[in-house]
Design a protein around this ligand. Structure first.
Ligand code: ADP
Ligand code: ZN
Length: 612
C-alpha cells in the first residue's frame, strides 16, 4: 500500500487533490466539476452530485476520502459491483474493502478490525447492512472521512430502481452529524432530485449539476422494419467483435434474440430476472470480464454494470421515458471512446407502451406523468432535429447541433403530410374507429380483400384514395399520428385506432402537418462507418501494438482474476500504442497510469512496446 498523506488544512486542499489525482489515479486533470466537488466535500461540506453515467462520479468521493482523516464509507446497492470496485482500488495501491453478505464471518471480522484500526482508505457497505444496529455501532468505533451514497436515486419511489433500504439512510446524518455526506446519481429529473434531498436530509448540501452531454456517444433511432436483421447489420457493420448491450422488453424476446444472434455467429448471452440466479451471475461476470460479448437483456441488467468499454447499447423496444433511455444508453462508452446508442422504433412500440400505461394499476396522476414522459420520448424518436439537442433540452440544458447523431450526419427529409394525415384520419373515422393499421392501409390503398368486402368498405369514399403512398409510408403516417397524439389505440377494443379530440382541426385541414420521411436503412451505416473510422485513426503499426498490449493485459487480468479494464483501460492502451513511450517517465504521463500501476506494470509495458 502506498502511503497517502492527508491534507493538513483546507488551504492546501487543491494542490493535494491534484497530486492524489495524478499519483494515485494516474489522471492528468480533474474533469468538469470534479474539482469543485472534491474540495467542497474534502473541506467538510455535504454535496448532491448529478452527473451522467461515465461522468466520473467515483473520484468525487474517492479523492476526498484520501484527503480527509479516516475511512471513506461508500454505500453501494450492488454487491457484484463492489467486488470489482474494490479490486480496482487495490490495483491503485489503496486499502479498500467491502462488507456484504458474500463475506464469511471471519473475513467480515477482519475487515471490521481494519476499519476500527484506521487501516482502510475506503469501505464499501451494502445499504441493508449499513443500517443495522451492529454496523452503526461498528461505525461509531472508527474514524469516518465521509459517507458516499452512490446511486442515490434508489430512494425514489417513482423510479424503477427503488430500494426500501435507502429510506433508512437518513440515520447516518442523525448518528454522525459531523461527517460530510455526498450523494451521487445519474438521474437528473427534478422530482428525483427533490426526493433525494428530502429523504436523505440533504437540505444543506450544495447541489452540483454537471452537463449531461456524452459527446462520444452517437445516437441513432431507425425505423423498425426487420428489427433482428437491422440489429445484426448494425453490430456487424459498426461494432464487430465488440462488447455491447441489447435491451428488449420481455424475457422471452431476450432469450430468443440472444439465441438468434448466437446462431448468426455473434457471441451473445441472455440476462433477465427470470433466470436462475447463478446463471445470471455467471453471464454478468462474463460480460464484465470479456471485451467482445453482447448481452441481450431486460432492464433488470444495468445498474450493476460498471464496464467502461461497452461500445454500444441497442434498443429493440422502446423504453418508458427519456430518463430510462438516457440511463440505459449511458452505459455505452464510459471510457470516453466512441460508442453508439442505437434503437429501432416503430408503431408497435408506441402502441405497446401506451397500452402498458393504460392497463397499469397506477392512479390517474401517475398515468398522466407516465404519458407525459412517454410523449417526450416519442418526440425524441420523431424529431428531425439533432437528437442530442433534444435530449439535453429535456434535462434543461441548451446545446448546439452535435454532428454526431443520425439526424446531424444525415438530415432526414420532411414532407408536407397534411393531405395524407387527413386521409388517414378520415379512413379511421369512416370505418367506425375499430380497425388496426393493417386493415386501414388496405382500405386506403384500395385492396379488395375478403374482409374489406365483407364490411363493404370498398364502397367508402376513402377506399383507394391512398394509392399514391406505399405500405411503408402509410405505416410511418399512422405511427406519427399516434406519436403526436391525434390518434389513440383502443386496447379494450382489439387495438382499433380512434380519433382524439385534437385531430379535428387536422381532419378539417386547418393545420399543416409535417412528417419525417421514412428512410430505407443502409446509407446511414456507411456514414456511421466513415465517421467511426475518422474517430479512431490508428496506423497499422499502432493497431498491431494495441493488439499485443491487449493480449498482455488479458494474461495479467487472468492471473489476478480481475476484469481486463481493472488492469488498464482501453483508452490507456490506445494511447500507449500511439505514443510508444520508451521510458518510465514518459509512461507516467499517459492518462490512466498512476504510481501504483507504474510500479506494477511499467517494466512489462516498456518490454511489450520495445519488442515491437
Ligand atoms: P460514473 O460513476 O460517473 O459512471 P466513473 O466514476 O466510473 O463514472 O468514471 C467513468 C470513467 O471516467 C472511468 O473510466 C474513470 O477512470 C474515468 N475518469 C473519471 N474522472 C477522470 C479524470 N479526471 N480524468 C480521466 N479519466 C477520468
Ligand atoms: Zn446531432
Amino acid at each position: 500500500m502506498v502511503s497517502v498523506p492527508r491534507a493538513a488544512s483546507p488551504d492546501d486542499l487543491l494542490p493535494r487533490a491534484e497530486e492524489i489525482l495524478h499519483d494515485v489515479f494516474g489522471h492528468p486533470r480533474f474533469r468538469g466539476e470534479q474539482v469543485q466537488i472534491v474540495t467542497h466535500v474534502a473541506a467538510g461540506g455535504d454535496a448532491l452530485v448529478l452527473m451522467p453515467t461515465g461522468g466520473g462520479k467515483s473520484l468525487c468521493y474517492q479523492v476526498p476520502s484520501l484527503l480527509r482523516e479516516g475511512v471513506g464509507v461508500v454505500v453501494s446497492p450492488l454487491i457484484a459491483l463492489m467486488q470489482d470496485q474494490v479490486a480496482a482500488l487495490r490495483q491503485l495501491g489503496l486499502n479498500a474493502a467491502y462488507l456484504n453478505s458474500t463475506l464469511d464471518a471471519r473475513s467480515a471480522r477482519e475487515v471490521e478490525r481494519a476499519f476500527v484500526d484506521g487501516d482502510l482508505d475506503l469501505l464499501y457497505v451494502a445499504p441493508e447492512r449499513l443500517t443495522t444496529p451492529a454496523c452503526l455501532d461498528l461505525l461509531s468505533r472508527g474514524r469516518i472521512a465521509l459517507f458516499a451514497i452512490d446511486e442515490a436515486h434508489c430512494v425514489s419511489q417513482w423510479g424503477h430502481d427503488f430500494r426500501p433500504e435507502y429510506l433508512q439512510l437518513s440515520v447516518l446524518h442523525e448518528r454522525f452529524p459531523q461527517v460530510p455526506r455526498i450523494a451521487l446519481t445519474a438521474t437528473a429529473d427534478p422530482q428525483t432530485r427533490d426526493e433525494i434531498i428530502r429523504r436523505l436530509a440533504l437540505d444543506e448540501a450544495r447541489v452540483f449539476v454537471s452537463s449531461f452531454d456524452r459527446p462520444n456517444i452517437r445516437y441513432a433511432i431507425v425505423d423498425k422494419a426487420e428489427p433482428r436483421a437491422q440489429l445484426l447489420r448494425f453490430i456487424r457493420d459498426e461494432h464487430p467483435g465488440q462488447a455491447g448491450i441489447v435491451y428488449c422488453l420481455s424475457r422471452r424476446k431476450v432469450e430468443e434474440t440472444a439465441a438468434w444472434l448466437a446462431e448468426q455467429g455473434i457471441d451473445a448471452l441472455p440476462y433477465h430476472a427470470g433466470m436462475d440466479a447463478s446463471v445470471r451471475a455467471e453471464h454478468q461476470a462474463r460480460f464484465q470480464r470479456d471485451d467482445a460479448l453482447v448481452m441481450v437483456a431486460t432492464i433488470a441488467f444495468g445498474m450493476g454494470i460498471d464496464k467502461p468499454d461497452v461500445r454500444f447499447v441497442a434498443h429493440l423496444d422502446l423504453p418508458r421515458s427519456i430518463e430510462g433511455y438516457y440511463q440505459e444508453t449511458g452505459r455505452a462508452g464510459r471510457d470516453g471512446q466512441p460508442a453508439s446508442a442505437w434503437m429501432t422504433y416503430g408503431l408497435a412500440d408506441v402502441v405497446q407502451q401506451r397500452r402498458l400505461i393504460d392497463t397499469s394499476e397506477a392512479d390517474d396522476a401517475h398515468k398522466r406523468l407516465s404519458t407525459a414522459k412517454l410523449d417526450a420520448l416519442l418526440g425524441l424518436c420523431e424529431t428531425v432535429g439533432c437528437r442530442r439537442v433534444r435530449l439535453l433540452d429535456y434535462f434543461g440544458e441548451a446545446g448546439k447541433p452535435c454532428g454526431n447523431c443520425d439526424n446531424c450526419l444525415e438530415p432526414p427529409e420532411t414532407w408536407d403530410a397534411t393531405d395524407a394525415a387527413r386521409k388517414a384520419l378520415s379512413c379511421i373515422y369512416r370505418t367506425g374507429q375499430r380497425f388496426g393499421v393493417g386493415y386501414l392501409i388496405d382500405v386506403l390503398r384500395g385492396r379488395e380483400s375478403d374482409r374489406v368486402r365483407a364490411w363493404q368498405h370498398d364502397k367508402l369514399s376513402v377506399f383507394g384514395v391512398g394509392a399514391d403512398l406505399d405500405d411503408n409510408a402509410w405505416r410511418g403516417v399512422f405511427r406519427q399520428l399516434v406519436a403526436l397524439g391525434f390518434v389513440w389505440v383502443d386496447h379494450e377494443n382489439h387495438g382499433g385506432l380512434r380519433l382524439d379530440e385534437s385531430a379535428r382541426p387536422v381532419l378539417r385541414g386547418e393545420v399543416e402537418v409535417q412528417m419525417r420521411r421514412t428512410v430505407k436503412r443502409g446509407k446511414l451505416s456507411r456514414a456511421g462507418r466513415a465517421a467511426a473510422q475518422a474517430a479512431a485513426p490508428l496506423t497499422a503499426a499502432a493497431s498491431d501494438l494495441l493488439a499485443r498490449l491487449k493480449a498482455w493485459r488479458l494474461g495479467v487480468a487472468k492471473e489476478q482474476s480481475v476484469p481486463a479494464y481493472v488492469i488498464l483501460h482501453d483508452s490507456t492502451l490506445t494511447e500507449l500504442a500511439q505514443r510508444r513511450p520508451q521510458s518510465i517517465e514518459v509512461l507516467h504521463d499517459v492518462p490512466g497510469i498512476g504510481a501504483s500501476k507504474l510500479q506494477r506494470y511499467g517494466d512489462a509495458l516498456l518490454e511489450v512496446i520495445r519488442r515491437d
